[in-house]
Design a protein around this ligand. Structure first.
Ligand code: TYD
Ligand code: MG
Length: 457
């Protein structure tokens, strides 16, 4: 008797590229040895997710007649968490939380679930990594012991779906997607095929039963584990939990949100008994700032709708190598090289024989153009060995010709700076002209990098 041959294809475990034949190097992401043979499912859910979310027999309806429950969100009561989600968890939404192993994802979600459970919603925490006893020990440490919080240690998706139907929780957490598998695929848990298929099934489960689902995914810096990145387009919301292991601060960042703003952040501190909210991040990021030292500048940045003051530190030293180094932590290094070149034009000294190190203190990452001026001033301050006034903040975008361009949300930045005791601000002239404020701050408008350098005493 002839058995039917199973159809297979090769999937890159890093980027999800598919090929009908094996190749040593993935033509999409250029990595070696990442293509793995996986079985093709004739009825793969992942391919049918979009058609299946409304259930069988959907017919077109007038948009004016469709009832929504968009207003109904579940608030966790953890302010930093709710803000990042756009004001709470939307019913039936699927949220992916990515982050390095050990950063605190399980801790955060167990705490959040417990809060939801204590407002009498039934919730289920599914761990594929820890036994229920281990989870209980963690829950005890976090005082997350609500009666409505249920725990399940399981890896099989089929069993999970069965238990979810039986328990009927409002919110579930899958910790983590890399440990889940469906019996329909032969490949190992954690492979791209399993991750994608498991997520697709969970999305179906969530949409058709109005269950909000959190999917935890580990991502390493190198993207070495198959993963969460390929799920980003399938889910409603993508959050990243980041931070430096050496620092206690953690930032929860929205990368995508179908139900709210996509660049909000929430700040947490990892303590002995779990994560606690940080209500005043600026104070914390600035509290160890050196005073009257060259190379340190404070910039009021916007993270979503929220202002955060960060300290930018620069160290410029003679290079020992043929090519000068431009090293930066917390800001894009291309931006730093570009700004160093702009600054070199305006200064009488050369930078081609100097290494430049730039750091945003406290392990924060900033990527808005308004920090440009702060970076330029920090580098100039270090080169000239002249400290900037400790009660002054700087912000503005810098162009290639050394012009200082306007940025947005000026009032909020100034208000936060004033609240933290800063007395003056150097900002783009175009912004200053249009500004009406009665804050007790001295404002100086500048339109070029040359003008800013005058403020280095
Ligand atoms: P965890 O939530 O297990 O990380 P992830 O799920 O992202 O892999 O967090 C693990 C780290 O957090 C571990 O290094 C110990 C630390 N931690 C605390 O400092 N305090 C606590 O109360 C808990 C539960 C963990
Ligand atoms: Mg974990």
């Amino acid at each position: 008797m002839r058995t039917e041959k199973k159809k297979t294809h090769f999937i890159c475990q890093l980027c999800g590229y598919q090929s009908s034949k094996w190749m040593g190097k993935c033509p999409n992401c250029n990595e070696w040895n990442t293509l793995v043979e996986e079985e093709i499912l004739s009825n793969a859910t992942s391919r049918n997710t979009l058609t299946g979310i409304g259930g069988e027999g959907e017919v077109p309806q007038s948009v004016s007649e469709i009832e929504t429950n968009e207003a109904s969100r579940i608030k966790t009561g953890i302010g930093e968490f709710d803000r990042v989600l756009g004001g709470g968890i939307v019913f039936g939404s699927v949220i992916l939380i990515g982050g390095d192993p050990g950063i605190g994802k399980s801790t955060l979600l167990l705490q959040a679930l417990n809060k939801i459970a204590s407002s009498d919603y039934k919730v289920l925490y599914i761990s594929g990594e820890e036994s229920i006893r281990q989870t209980k020990m963690r829950a005890e440490r976090l005082s997350a012991l609500s009666a409505q919080l249920f725990v399940l240690a399981e890896n099989s998706l089929e069993k999970i779906i069965k238990e979810v139907h039986a328990l009927k929780p409002k919110v579930i957490v899958i910790d983590s997607i890399q440990t889940m598998y469906t019996l329909e695929l032969q490949s190992a848990p954690g492979s791209i095929g399993q991750v994608r298929e498991s997520a697709a099934r969970l999305i179906m489960l969530s949409k058709s039963n109005e269950i909000s689902t959190f999917i935890i995914g580990h991502v390493t810096k190198e993207g070495a584990i198959a993963g969460p990145r390929v799920l980003e387009h399938m889910v409603d919301t993508v959050l990243y939990f980041e931070g430096d292991r050496g620092h206690p601060y953690r930032i929860l960042r929205t990368v995508k949100n179908r139900f709210g703003s996509s660049n909000e952040i929430g700040v947490f501190e990892m303590k002995e008994f779990g994560l606690s909210e940080v209500f005043n991040p600026s104070e914390i990021f600035l509290n160890q700032r050196p005073i009257d030292v060259s190379g340190s500048v404070v910039v009021p940045c916007m993270e979503g709708s929220r202002p955060i003051l960060v300290e930018i530190q620069a160290l410029v030293s003679p290079t020992n190598l043929g090519i000068p180094r431009r090293t930066s932590i917390g800001v894009d290094h291309h931006r730093v090289s570009l700004l160093a070149a702009v600054l070199e034009r305006q200064l009488d000294t050369h930078l081609y024989n100097k290494d430049i190190f730039l750091n945003v203190a406290g392990g924060v990452r900033v990527d808005e153009p308004a920090v440009d001026l702060g970076i330029v001033v920090a580098i100039a301050s270090s080169v000239l060995n002249k400290p900037v006034d400790t009660k002054t903040v700087f912000f503005g975008e810098v162009g290639l010709t050394g012009e200082v361009r306007g940025v947005s949300q000026i009032e909020v930045r100034l208000k936060e700076s004033s609240k933290l005791g800063f007395k003056s601000c150097i900002l783009p002239e175009v912004n200053r002209e249009r500004l009406h404020t009665d804050l007790p701050m001295e404002l100086s408008g500048v339109s070029s990098v040359k003008e800013v350098l005058k403020f280095l005493s």
